[in-house]
Design a protein around this ligand. Sequence first.
Ligand code: FAD
Length: 332
Amino acid sequence: TSITRPINQLVEDDVQNVVIIGSGPAGYTAALFNGRANLKPLVFEGMEAGPPGGALLMTTLVENFPGFPDGILGPDLVRNMRMQAQRWGAEMVPEDVVEVDLSQRPFRVRSHSRHVLTQAIIFATGSKFNRLRLPNEVRFWNRGISSCAVCDGVAPVFRDVDLGVAGGGDTACEDALFLSNYGNKIHMFIRGSDFRASRAMVAKVICNPNIEIHFNTKVKDVYGDDVSPDHASPVQGVIVQDTNTGEERKIEIRGLFYALGGRPNTQLLEGSPVRLDQGGHIMLKPGTMETYLEGFFAAGDVSDSQWKQAITAAGGGCRAAISAERWLTSNG
Ligand code: FAD
């Protein structure tokens, strides 16, 4: 098989050197690095969750990816990454992987039209975040509703105005604290009668005079105008319901941030030798991109419960690719 030859003499044959599963910044960066290393990576890009490109397809201007002083549109950023990987020989398969057999090497990977064997896998399938599915959610998505406070919270439209955070866990507390540096007053909407966050987080939130906590409060909808003046959010407020009394009322805010948790896309790995943590993230050996299964690497949001940014996903993809290349060389 290809693994018995030195890396620079590898040729494409029945057994792939490396298969990359996922098409966000992590997967495409891994493909770029493995492509440049002459490994001819095969990338399963996924289709079920939408066209290839990952979470950045859901956003507009990305202002915190280095190298673009004026920002770059999320879809353009990830399309450029894809083209760059292709230029270095990565082969793209725009299909979901529907099955992996990791019980022996080479591993087996199957999509609807392909069935391949591979020595190494880089798993970069990202994660799904939970939504409220409000009646007006689509109308105001990226125009006042966001699922990423760190990404969008510093935008001028959210400066010095009242904002809302939906959720009561650690992320919601972190987001509320973060937003309190930029917004005016931050309303936290928590469905239950208490937080689900660590005590330390809760203590910080409670002590913050800019954060108002609404327990037993369900967000029912967002309202606003389709047209808004420049540099103003079209969102004007939320309709909330008291979960005890059923009473509804309006609260004026100019932005609503979802902090409702999510789920890494690791369903394919359930029951496999790859270890997952309680939240479903792939567990990595500390300080590496290696999982506890030889030859299986992971990168991006699927294995990251903390940072979840395009740049950290891309960095992880780079590290996973270099690790996989070294592993192939030393196991050849
Ligand atoms: P993803 O980008 O999620 O890509 C994973 C890909 O794998 C998807 O295309 C998926 O379809 C595919 N996949 C899943 N299952 C399979 C399968 N079985 N087979 C094949 N493929 C599969 N970050 C920033 O740094 N700046 C921002 O401004 C910013 N804004 C954001 C705005 C929004 C609305 C969201 C949701 C996120 C934002 N982020 C931002 C976060 C950033 O998009 C993510 O951290 C990053 O995209 C994670 O990259 P990834 O490669 O790990 O996963």
